[in-house]
Write a protein that binds this ligand. Sequence first.
Ligand code: HEM
Length: 454
Amino acid sequence: MTATLLPPPGTERGPRRWPLLGNLPAFARDPLAFFESLRDDYGDWVPWSLGPHRNVLVSRPEHAGELLGAVESTFKPTELGWAFRHLLGNGVVVATGDDWRRKRALVQPALRPRQVRSYATAMVECADALAGGWREGDRIDVHREMAGLTQRIAVRTLFGSDAAGREAPISAAMATAQRELGTEFRGITLFLPPWVRTPGRRRMRAAVAVLDREIEHVIREHENASAAGAERDDLLSRLLAARDEQGGPLSRQELRDESITLYIGGHETTSTTLTWAWQLLSGAPGARARLTEELDRVLGGRLPTYEDYPRLTWTQQVVKEALRIYPPIWLISAVAAEGASIGGRAVPVGTSVWTSPWSVHRDERWFPRPEAFRPERWDADAPDPVPEHAWFPFGGGPRACLGARFALVEAALVLAVLGQRFHLDTGARRTGVFPGLTLQPAGPVPAILRAARP
Ligand code: HEM
């Protein structure tokens, strides 16, 4: 059906390639602009290369959907490199095949809506504590505040409130590890073999040594508490109680890998979502007024709970629109195996097919005036329905994000707690983007705290 939308094999056009390097220079310089220019200049199916490696960029939503749906069958996940393996071990993000299937089945129940309900209290308490320390007229860096907040939420929901004493070393080591992961992801080191030592890799090893020690302690404390019959409802306790089809638990090493995976998977993605949401709201007084009106109407001055989430529809639309304009995971790729095809066209084995939530979300064919922040796009009765797969910040298919519900609830509840009291005035200017491991602001996001209601 979609085959007619693609140029016939052999006739497709792509960017000029450098000898040996292919399109590496343009990709490394500005990958977001590179992907947009491939789409605009060459169409929806564009061959390009990184060094000798053959790639294709697909930019139609249905092709992104097909690609994501075929990962773990006719496409294989992209190899993530030394830094990911060193940090995440063989956690569910890194694992493939049967090993991945078993781990996904073990981790998924801990992130079901019923369980997310129990994490909502920690989300609200952490946000409320932050708001309690803010005063009107204070100057803050929104990105820094949101990173600190989501870090505290991650430690509490993962390890429980009594892990607060370990929060500082864990958060500091996670921050270093995350930074090095981002540097490795964007840089030439991604292609270096594991035995090559670089200063960044030394920093990563040191951070991982701290994490291994701290998480070992936390796991032991949890095991002791569980042996003493204590009931806990943090993520780690649920992972400890999980059993696979043969009745086997996650091993110590697997518990460590999944703990780090959930922290890394969930913390920076959500903190950047919130940072962008505040900045977009700051430049949109109408959307902000609607947010204040909704928070007053639904909450009437009290703190939100999980049960309020379905009624915070505008708040949810703000989050959804922020995720559209600034999708934290801006790039997804998979490698073609035997029998791979997209849009009815065979993809040669070994070719990497890429799709970019950033460039699909900013395509005016699917989102009129794509640069504009318009949460009303997501109104139930909006005139232009969004095509399937055109919005995919959480990926899709069998390897879709396990924490989507967690992240959406966290972002909405944090907006609700802080937005009830404050307007984070960043002015109307939008900060530039830095596409690291996630799509981050290129620098601090300064704001003046003002009262939510003028
Ligand atoms: C706004 C926040 C988030 C965004 C935008 C996001 C995005 C994504 C995306 C795009 C993928 C798929 C990547 C791929 O196919 O290559 C993914 C996978 C994953 N995410 Fe998230 N994520 C977010 C929050 C979270 C949270 C809060 C958690 C956990 C608490 C989490 C845990 C995971 C895990 C475990 C996977 C791997 C699933 C698998 O491979 O089977 N994410 N996420």
